[in-house]
Design a protein around this ligand. Structure first.
Ligand code: GDP
Ligand code: IMO
Ligand code: MG
Length: 421
């Protein structure tokens, strides 16, 4: 039995898509278990670059079954389009399955997302994909689930009823209303295409586990965006930590073997919220340019800074990360020195614990440890022994600080720019 979970350990965009694609070489099934099309997972194969939002990153290996689990919030129109675009590029999408229990996102959720942001005293800087409102409807127990895609009459009835409620809300706030019938046409068309993908996926996944198949769970976002453990309220609306796989796919905790933590060799964040090691100087700009740090979903420039072992250490702890996949080490290639944040000074006191309050994080001054840079090109390195000593020391200290072990190193976006340790 080999059931592994792969998660992002920071504020997302750590390179999860690339790692999933690499790891699926030996996997039978890949399962998304939370988030929605707020995710943008990049996979580069040869000269081709794909950005996946809802389709699991195992899709490029035709023998791999790709399941969108019950914990995912799915915009049916967006999923239908994403799959059609993949097919246009010659990718076989016949192995995608959608859990009947997954909650659906509609245009009214996206409109509510925008309205919440407009009205907020402090914006979250969401991706605008309707994620928060869709999870809110799930918890309010008035969401519409993927099973309803197979029943067009019920879908139309439920959609109209929910959309009416939202339009009332929009009217109340003086915001434009949604054209319910025009949207319904798009939804029904997507439903017609997607209905055949809908299945009782909890059985698909558990049967595979019982049959001894290799199943890999693909986390979206990152531990520091988790609704409970992230920098609340500047978080997404799901449990992004490894535990989210149990609820978001319906698997028992004891079935899990390894938890892979994808960890960028520095830190980035998109959207608002505290970021203690953010750099506003030329070094921050250098990381952004060298790392091509622009959002895969929204194109927004990502905020960049040094590696934060306090924040990432907390995230690795709550997810039980026992295998680290360090990505983007090559981005640090021409730094004279590299820094790791080992503690925060908050109101004159130094702590190594990650605080719950965003306001504490906002005033936290990072305590840095500086190490010499390696000043050479790592993008062609293919084994650990060939890394320069300075890079090995940086990696060793990083792993020590987050109490985990490095299993994979990535030195470029392509599949081949990856090696085991
Ligand atoms: P995800 O959301 O975690 O899947 O990450 P994204 O795809 O949003 O962002 C990661 C970006 O870094 C993508 O453009 C990847 O192609 C790229 N990438 C992944 N690993 C590496 C690496 O080791 N080095 C470099 N330079 N780029 C990488
Ligand atoms: P992947 O899977 C980076 C951020 C948004 C915003 C906050 C809430 O590609 O790593 P939401 O739309 O989820 O309500 O936005 O979360 N965010 C991400 N940041 N990578 C992501 O996904 C993200 N998904 C959401 O920028 O700050
Ligand atoms: Mg991303």
């Amino acid at each position: 039995m080999a059931v592994d979970i792969l998660i992002g350990t920071q504020w997302g965009d750590e390179g999860k898509g690339k790692l999933i694609d690499v790891l699926t070489k030996d996997v039978d099934m890949v399962v998304r278990y939370q988030g929605g099309n707020n995710a943008g997972h990049t996979v580069e194969i040869g000269d081709e670059r794909y950005v996946l939002h809802l389709v699991p990153s195992g899709i490029f290996r035709p023998e791999v079954k790709c399941v969108i689990g019950n914990g995912v919030v799915v915009d049916p129109v967006a999923l239908d389009e994403e799959m059609a675009k993949l097919r246009e590029r010659g990718v076989d999408t016949s192995n995608v399955e959608l859990s009947d229990r997954a909650q659906l996102i509609f245009t009214y959720h996206r409109m509510a997302d925008a309205l919440n942001e407009q009205g907020a005293v402090r914006k979250i800087g969401t991706t605008g994909r309707g994620i928060g409102p869709a999870y809110t409807d799930k918890m309010r127990r008035c969401g519409i689930r993927a099973i309803t895609l197979t029943k067009p009459d019920q879908l139309a009835e439920k959609f109209r009823a929910e959309a009416e409620k939202y339009n009332k809300l929009f009217r109340f706030y003086g915001a434009p209303e949604m054209d319910i019938e025009a949207e319904l046409v798009k939804v029904l068309e997507a439903a017609e295409h997607l209905a055949k993908l809908v299945a009782n996926s909890v059985y698909t996944i558990n049967n595979a586990i019982r049959a001894g198949k290799k199943v890999l769970f693909e986390g979206a976002q990152g531990g520091l965006l988790d609704i409970d453990h992230g920098t609340y309220p500047f978080v997404t609306s799901s449990n992004t930590i490894s535990g989210g796989a149990c609820t978001g796919a319906g698997i028992p905790p004891q079935s899990v073997r390894d938890v892979w933590g994808v960890i960028k060799a520095y830190t980035t964040r998109v959207g608002e919220g505290p970021f203690p090691t953010e750099l506003f100087d030329a070094m921050g700009e250098k990381l952004r340019q060298r790392g091509r740090e622009f959002g895969a979903t929204t194109g927004r420039p990502r905020r960049c800074g040094w590696f934060d072992a306090v924040a990432s250490g907390y995230s690795c702890m709550v997810s039980g990360v026992n295998k680290l996949a360090v990505t983007k080490l090559d981005v640090l290639d021409d730094c004279d020195e590299v820094a790791l944040c080992t503690g925060y000074e908050i109101n004159g006191k130094v702590t190594t614990e990650f605080p719950a309050e965003a306001s504490d994080l906002e005033i936290a001054k990072p305590v840095y440890e500086f190490l010499p840079g390696w000043k050479c090109d790592l993008s062609n390195v293919r084994k650990y022994d060939d890394l320069p000593d300075a890079a090995k020391k940086y990696l060793a200290r990083l792993a020590e600080l987050v109490h985990s072990e490095i299993a994979i190193i990535s030195v470029g976006p392509r599949r081949d720019q990856t090696f085991l340790v």
